[in-house]
Design a protein around this ligand. Structure first.
Ligand code: G3H
Ligand code: 13P
Ligand code: ZN
Length: 339
């Protein structure tokens, strides 16, 4: 089975009413664990890499690790996606590496810095322009594009996020129409990392329904979707970690978000937590152990089990054989017709 375009994978998910997890990877063990979970649960799969992941792996290593995952799993539809692409340049590099999907995070200008060292938010028109140039480049090559409207953060007062800008549903239809994005990240109050909320999780669920009412055929994406399971935090802390007050998005809220119109669910932090817990456990229980396979191996197993349970919870499980992935040439024709 060739690599799958993200547009097709998320169209299928939207029509059948389930979510597809997009899991961040940085090394071989993470990639192996995630495809193992997809194999065991018969799930379509989005593997995603951030700018940081591409730098960490010097691009070429990640390219070949991902290619190995695809070669090793010819029966699985797999999307290779660039997460939070900062500009056209990196999107082009990812496409040249063989990614079938890129995100252009046009809500923030990563190429500029304010005097306090932060990246400024982009205006609607500037976001639209930055996104459209990526869509034009990517669609000409059959590659799917995810954009973002709004910025991530908590909607509670006093969260760690310094700037919160929930997606404005009034802008969604115009943004989708004028850019032609295949998927759009909605800011509904989630944030990246392990400390998403101080008290109860508060998410703008109605905002998803409102956006779905206005746009029928663009996939919606929920970033910052790690659940930060408390048993994992307890395990990390038990074996010498220090993560008080970590809190994430409950699985029930993710399932509700999927019902209301989300198709792509971004998860990185939970994977980091489960790997950290497993490695810490080996280090504490077997202080004499120094063979990396003896702690990376259990970490890989624990990650595979966690991702498999997410695939079941998101409704992805069992859908790997529902369709035959389209080629990028077929997608090129699809986009030309749409124009
Ligand atoms: O979007 C954030 C992801 O968790 C990627 O994180 O930039 O540290 O690789 P990273
Ligand atoms: P988490 O930090 O909640 O895992 O979110 C990851 C993410 O949104 C990657 O784009
Ligand atoms: Zn994200």
């Amino acid at each position: 089975m060739p690599l799958c375009p993200m547009r097709q994978m998320l169209d299928e998910a939207r029509k059948s009413g389930y979510g597809v997890g997009a899991y961040n990877v940085n090394n071989m063990e993470q990639i192996q664990a995630i495809v193992q979970a997809a194999r065991e649960t018969l799930s379509p799969l989005i593997i995603q890499a951030s700018k940081g992941a591409l730098e960490y792996t010097n691009l070429i290593y990640l390219k070949h690790l991902m290619a190995a995952a695809v070669e090793d799993n010819p029966d699985l539809p797999i999307v290779l996606h660039l997460d939070h692409g900062p500009n056209l340049k990196l999107c082009k590099e990812a496409i040249a590496l063989g990614f079938t999907s890129v995100m252009i995070d046009g809500s923030i200008d990563y190429d500029k810095k304010t005097p306090d060292g932060k990246h400024p938010a982009r205006s609607f028109e500037d976001n639209l322009r930055a996104t459209k140039e990526v869509v034009d480049y990517a669609h000409a090559r059959g590659v799917s594009v995810e954009g973002e409207l709004g910025t991530l953060g908590g909607i509670e007062e006093d969260t760690h996020a310094d700037k919160v800008l929930l997606t404005d549903p009034n802008q969604v239809e115009e943004f989708c129409k004028r850019t032609g994005v295949d998927a759009l990240a909605l800011a509904i109050g989630t944030s990246h990392g392990a400390y998403k909320f101080k008290h109860e999780p508060v998410l703008a669920m109605d905002l998803i329904s409102e956006c779905r009412k206005r746009v029928a055929d663009t996939a919606f994406v929920m970033h910052g979707s790690s659940s930060v399971p408390q048993e994992l935090i307890a395990e990390v802390n038990k074996y010498g970690g220090k993560m008080p007050g970590a809190m994430g998005v409950p699985i029930k809220s993710i399932q509700e978000a999927v019902k209301r119109g989300i198709q792509k669910i971004n998860v990185d932090t939970d994977g980091r937590l489960v790997v950290t817990a497993a490695i810490r456990k080996v280090f504490v229980e077997k202080p004499g152990e120094f063979d990396p396979r003896k702690y990376l191996g259990p970490a890989r197993e624990a990650l595979a089990a966690l991702i498999a349970s997410k695939m079941r919870d998101f409704g992805t499980a069992g859908h790997a054989k529902d369709y035959k992935p389209k080629t990028l040439d077929e997608m090129k024709k699809f986009y030309t017709k749409k124009k």
